[in-house]
Ligand binder design. Structure first.
Ligand code: FES
Length: 121
């Protein structure tokens, strides 16, 4: 999983607004231009969203427009201040989130709404 050489210096304490995983789903209209969508970034976004939800991580996931790394996508960045993670595939999501949990000390959400019985039962 290639990464930019940009430093990752997470603010301490974590940002008041929380962490965000940004995933580019931009498609460039000319077929000869690389884009994250052309490299299946929507599948990657679905895999990250599902795994963040399954793990109950306290981090937001946003699908975004182009972040200028089109030739090396799909492009993922942890905001604010995180490195770019380039060329991730759905199979890399487990390892990617393991690493983030460790580096950012992500709390697990305790969402009691999901534990309630379905309406009408
Ligand atoms: S299309 Fe994703 S970074 Fe440009």
């Amino acid at each position: 999983m290639p990464q930019d050489n940009l430093p990752f210096t997470p603010p301490v304490p974590p940002p008041a607004a929380g962490w965000t995983i940004m995933i580019c789903i931009n498609r460039r209209l000319r077929s000869d231009l690389a884009s994250c969508a052309a490299r299946s970034s929507e599948d990657l976004a679905k895999a990250i969203e599902a795994e963040v939800q399954a793990r109950g991580l306290d981090i937001r996931v946003e699908r975004t427009v182009c972040m200028g790394r089109c030739d090396f996508g799909p492009t993922v960045r942890v905001a604010p201040g995180g490195a770019f993670h380039l060329g991730l595939a759905p199979d890399d999501v487990g390892r990617f989130l393991d690493d983030l949990e460790l580096k950012l000390s992500l709390k697990k959400e305790t969402n009691k709404i999901n534990e309630l019985p379905p309406p009408g039962t």
